[in-house]
Design a protein around this ligand. Structure first.
Ligand SMILES: [Zn+2]
Length: 352
């Protein structure tokens, strides 16, 4: 993983420091970064969703003290916290709305609760946006002026950064890249959001498994059948494993997934005309380090090059993400840094 250099103490760090937090359904990742984006210390604590959001916030505050102690720094060195959470959320209000993997945390004013517990200002962001900013600031997108991140997991998430600005939208729902329409037929697949023909209904992990199961049910021959009979569960990882050993159906599913993604990416790049598109998340079929991952990426690129306007695709880079699961907290810290810089350079309003 191409991550920033780790320091063991704050001696070489560039002040002020920033805290990045990525709240997930299983773990809370917390990192301490300096102004240049160097990670000074990081850790993960269990979210313990069932204990509720107030205790969760206390665990975050305790985690902040731990990373500061690890790097031999104090809270006085920290300018701001960046907090990334799953949606749905109300960003201006600083509230979680209905994050489906945090049951019992609905409508909780998490930004202000954390700010009070940690005695620091908090920048609140969607986790996919934070991951996009992380890749833009310190990962694959470091050379880009603008980029789109697609996170390929159970669903398809997204983040859009243009010239150091994270695109949030009026309702905080910009960059919902998984809900781009790629199929306008009446019998198109239904997305988990209820919409018809959205990218996620074809290229999210759930959709990949559904499409594979449909092919098996229709009688397609595949080594997957033996694996399933042997007790394996049908997952993108199993499909990748069988594609690696030459199973035709498994590769066909991965290739079609790449084509669907390419179709979604086309729409996005025709709107934004970015420097690059970064593919992250758990479902990259081996990613940059594997031949299968590279074949998958080549199919995405081919689809985009075939369908796109030349002016938007000629210099476009499409690459895998490089920060892995750390992108969220690194990006959250980066977004906090932007807010800190904005405030530092704001001139006070003169009373008339
Ligand atoms: Zn949708």
């Amino acid at each position: 993983m191409n991550r920033p250099r780790l320091l063991t103490s704050a001696d070489q760090a560039v002040l002020p420091l920033l805290i990045g937090i990525d709240l997930g359904g299983t773990n809370i990742k917390i990192g301490l970064l300096d102004e240049q984006g160097t990670v000074l210390a990081d850790l993960a604590v269990p979210t313990e969703v069932s204990e509720g959001p107030a205790k969760g916030v206390r665990r975050m505050a305790a985690g902040i003290d731990l990373v500061l102690a690890q790097a031999k720094c104090s809270r006085r060195d920290v300018a701001r916290i960046g907090l990334a959470t799953p949606g749905s959320m109300d960003i201006p209000a600083g509230q979680l709305l209905h994050p489906h993997n945090l049951p019992g945390w609905f409508n909780f004013p998490i930004r202000d609760a954390l700010s009070k517990a940690a005695q620091l200002p908090v920048t609140f962001a969607n986790d996919a946006s934070a991951a996009a900013y992380g890749e833009f600031w310190q990962g694959t997108g470091r050379q880009y002026h603008s980029m789109i991140l697609l996170t390929l997991g159970t669903g398809v998430g997204g983040g859009i950064i243009i010239g150091d600005v994270n695109i949030v939208g009026e309702q905080g729902a910009a960059a919902e890249c998984g809900h781009v329409v790629i199929d306008t037929r009446d019998d198109a697949r239904v997305c988990p959001c209820g919409g018809l023909g959205h990218l996620e209904a074809y290229a999210g992990a759930t959709a990949v498994v559904t499409r594979t199961q449909e092919a098996l049910d229709a009688g397609r021959r595949s080594s997957l059948t033996d694996q399933l009979a042997g007790g394996e569960t049908l997952t993108p990882r199993l499909i990748a494993q069988e594609a690696e050993v030459g199973d035709e159906l498994s590769w066909e599913i991965i290739e079609t997934t790449a084509r669907y993604l390419g179709a979604g990416i086309i729409t996005l790049i025709h709107v934004i005309n970015p420097s690059g598109v970064v593919l992250g998340g758990a479902m990259t079929f081996g990613g940059a380090g594997s031949t299968l991952g590279q074949k998958f990426l080549a199919c995405v690129i081919d689809e985009v090059q075939t369908r796109g306007l030349k002016v938007t695709t000629r210099d476009l880079r499409i690459e895998f993400a490089s920060l892995g699961g750390d992108a969220g907290y690194i990006g959250a810290a980066g977004l906090a840094r932007l807010d800190y810089l904005k405030q530092s350079f704001q001139t006070p309003r003169v009373e008339q």
